[in-house]
Write a protein that binds this ligand. Sequence first.
Ligand code: NAD
Ligand code: DAU
Length: 339
Amino acid sequence: MNIVITGGAGFIGGNFVYYMLKTRPADKIICYDALTYAGNMATLKEAAENKNFVFVRGDIADREAVYRLFEEEKPDIIVNFAAESHVDRSIENPEIFLRTNILGTQVLLDACRKYGIKRYHQVSTDEVYGDLPLDRPDMFFTEKTNLHTSSPYSASKAGADLLVSAYHRTYGVPTTISRCSNNYGPYHFPEKLIPLMIINALHDKKLPVYGEGLNVRDWLYVEDHCAAISMILQKGKEGEVYNVGGHNEQRNIDVVKIILKELNRSETLIEHVTDRKGHDRRYAIDPTKIMTELGWQPTTKFADGIKLTIKWYLEHKSWWEDIISGEYRDYYAKMYDNR
Ligand code: NAD
Ligand code: DAU
């Protein structure tokens, strides 16, 4: 099989490239990525040494380039990770989110119609369901929960999901969608909560917690997400949506304290800063469907996964030092100075 992984130079896509090279050695893995600020060839260094791996630089919203990709690589499967993924950036500048996440998805779907495909898989997010109240621990997102978005990012992801479903129903494109909770693990871009806090703590810099830090996220180790997508490709039913999550809810402030404890740093580094606009309160996935219908189970507990993640950042300093010494410095100053 020829498997195109879009956004494979990013966090989850990069982990998925390695997962597929390891678990499907007979397949050709083609990474298609525009290498935006979030894409990093250093993430694919070892993959590039594998004879089954090919990298093609390109934009999912560039129709000509995508059609050329289909003509040259003749994909059997597309897994679309390519996206603008950071909520805070979407609040600053929504437009690129609509272009990449919605129009880019449409171009990929058009290519699937034109050239044919065995499966198009859309990597979506639990954020399309909006948020849950903090005082209702009995409530979870199921696949039947209404789409109800908060940020330009989540609105763009919901728009893409609706297009995927429309292309399945109207044109019969064989699609599946997964909606996963927050991932963490190796190659996570330093703008996101967990790597940002690890890196700031290592530099004895302030840890900027939005508001009181009581918002809840449902954390899943990235390899468990990769395994879920792989299982959906093998056993998932066309036209279906699968929620992915491991019942691992944590308040932000508690995650930050765990990181400080692991790194033997003082909690006085914590600084409460102005809250994110429209900040979603709680995410919590009900993963019953993927567990019962496909037999997926998460394997890494948060207590172990966070240790593995911190160890990875300690052992791969050059990977993140290269990032934080570049344009990231301007981003950080813009988002956090005088916040
Ligand atoms: P990321 O920002 O780390 O990586 C995104 C990748 O997409 C980068 O390599 C970037 O270069 C590439 N890209 C961006 N625009 C592109 C374009 N126009 N054409 C081609 N490539 C482009 O993102 P991530 O955190 O790895 O998320 C991957 C996917 O998973 C996204 O679709 C996101 O919505 C979804 N998701 C993320 C999480 C999470 O916790 N990070 C959870 C659930 C779902
Ligand atoms: O739920 C899945 C989503 O998880 C994905 O769809 C998104 O692509 C991904 O970025 C992530 O979104 P979040 O907004 O939940 O992740 P982020 O790491 O940006 O923030 C996690 C929580 O931490 C959130 O409540 C905001 C808070 N936060 C974040 C940063 C960057 C802080 O308190 N301080 C910070 O500096």
